[in-house]
Ligand binder design. Structure first.
Ligand code: AMP
Ligand code: GLY
Length: 438
């Protein structure tokens, strides 16, 4: 009997999950519960249902009726809303943690406390949590010019303000904190880390993990890492399954921290974390530090990783459920990958919406549709990250050249960062780390 797998979510990350699952030799039947119809996912699946991604009971009822035997949840919002709990409650195993464990992403304070209380304090920047203005000025004085202020809760990347980038003085910082308090919110102030960011995502079964190659995302909207923060404009991974600016010990440290976090989550909550464990790290002069944790695949990191997967992703997800992962559970091609996102003109602050565009001339391997609708057979961008293009190659330069070539063939009012994965940008990253380590 054919396996039946439910995917919750309908963006480019979920399209990449669907594409990798459909390469499985088990030929699973795929079902999609999305906030819209992703035309790319529709072509790969047996049925699609449009509804709220937060509606656990309806999702569970639909999946049970279909006889689904495995579910995977793409985005963070349904994890925070307890969609995983609802599916488990009707007997469907889920790749994607339950609500209690998803606090790893939804609450910055939960995660900082977890690290502090379970022997992972060395990976934490200095931080303090506030729910009033008491002590804020003194802590800012202690940190000087190196501080970051984070609203507690899921803010889609918009809840973080970094000194020097978004806040130019302690006065501006205090005003922002007042605003957060006024809105009834708690926040964390922490030391600003100096270094290079990378993502290390691990398949996690609770006690067992399988690490994926590290990936570097690019959060800023414009070339040269300028402009507002976004969900991520593009990302790359290297053929040696490290990154050019990382040392061997950086990578080892990050893997160890993910393992420690999985263990800490069990000790803290009594439950096993089953899903993708995403460490957002900063490589610094004094080792690897945790910036944040996410409870899911990164977007666009997922598009890189799942384009490179050459083993059976259904089997890997089963190993997550059975807590039977090891280093060989997921096999990645020894190739470099570059992902570039085409986004609407005006993104992220005032994106165009409802515009037609064409991907007819783009090679389809590694092409994932994001915020896209289809009207009378024509693709229409709905106003967020629109198309992710992933190319692979023996070197980063080759992968980058191919990705750039393909993405330029998209026709429509979209733009992308030409610098993602280029030699020049990567040389800057490497030089930056060398300077910091000297
Ligand atoms: P987060 O939502 O925690 O990932 O923060 C968004 C972005 O803010 C990160 O990708 C970093 O670029 C930056 N950031 C967050 N925390 C820090 C920190 N402690 N030091 C430096 N940059 C940070
Ligand atoms: N690429 C960053 C994220 O998915 O949060």
């Amino acid at each position: 009997m054919s396996r039946k797998i439910l995917i919750v979510g309908s963006g480019a990350r979920e399209h990449a999950i669907a594409a990798a699952l459909s390469r499985s030799p088990q030929y699973p039947m795929l079902y999609v519960w999305g906030s819209g119809v992703n035309p790319g996912m529709r072509d790969l699946s047996t049925a699609t249902r449009v509804g709220s991604l937060l509606d656990g009971p309806s999702i569970a009822q639909w999946a049970r009726g279909l006889g689904v035997d495995l579910a995977v949840i793409g985005p963070e919002a349904p994890l925070e809303a307890g969609v995983s709990d609802a599916l488990w409650a009707v007997g469907i195993p889920v790749v994607g943690p339950k609500k209690t464990l998803a606090r790893l992403e939804s609450s910055k304070a939960f995660t900082r406390d977890l690290l502090m209380n379970h022997g992972i304090a060395h990976a934490c920047p200095k931080f303090r949590r506030f729910d009033s203005m008491e002590g804020v000025a003194a802590f800012l004085a202690e940190l000087g010019d190196l501080y970051v202020i984070k609203a507690d809760g899921l803010m889609g990347g918009k809840g973080v303000k970094v000194a020097g980038d978004h806040l130019q003085s302690h006065q501006e910082a205090l005003d922002w904190c007042e605003e957060l308090i006024g809105a009834g919110g708690a926040f964390v102030i922490e030391e600003k880390l100096i270094g290079e960011e990378f993502s290390l995502i691990s398949f996690c079964g609770g006690r067992t993990l399988c690490h994926t190659p590290p990936v570097q995302d690019h959060k800023r909207a414009f070339e040269g890492d300028t402009g507002p923060n976004t969900g991520g404009m593009g990302s790359y991974s290297d053929a040696d399954h490290s990154l050019p600016f990382l040392s061997r010990s950086d990578l080892e440290e990050a893997r160890t921290i993910n393992e420690q976090v999985a263990d800490a989550l069990h000790r803290e909550t009594g439950e096993y974390y089953k899903g993708m464990l995403y460490g957002g790290f900063m490589a610094t002069a004094s080792g690897v530090k945790v910036i944040e944790y996410n409870a899911r695949f990164g977007d666009p990191e997922c598009e890189n990783l799942l384009t490179l997967v050459e083993s059976d992703l259904v089997a890997a997800f089963d190993a997550v459920i059975d807590d039977a992962l090891d280093a060989r559970s997921v096999v990645f091609r020894r190739q470099a990958s570059v992902c570039k996102y085409a986004v609407p003109e005006g993104y992220p602050d005032r994106p165009m919406k409802g515009f037609p565009f064409s991907i007819d001339r783009v090679r389809s391997e590694g092409l994932y549709l994001g915020a896209v609708d289809i009207k009378d057979g024509v693709l229409v961008g709905t106003g967020s990250r629109t198309v992710a293009v992933v190319s692979t190659g023996d070197t980063l330069a080759e992968a980058e050249a191919k990705a750039e070539h393909e993405i330029c063939k998209i026709e429509g009012p979209l733009f992308h960062r030409k610098d993602v994965g280029t030699d020049a940008l990567i040389a800057r990253r490497v030089a930056h780390m060398r300077e910091l380590r000297a």
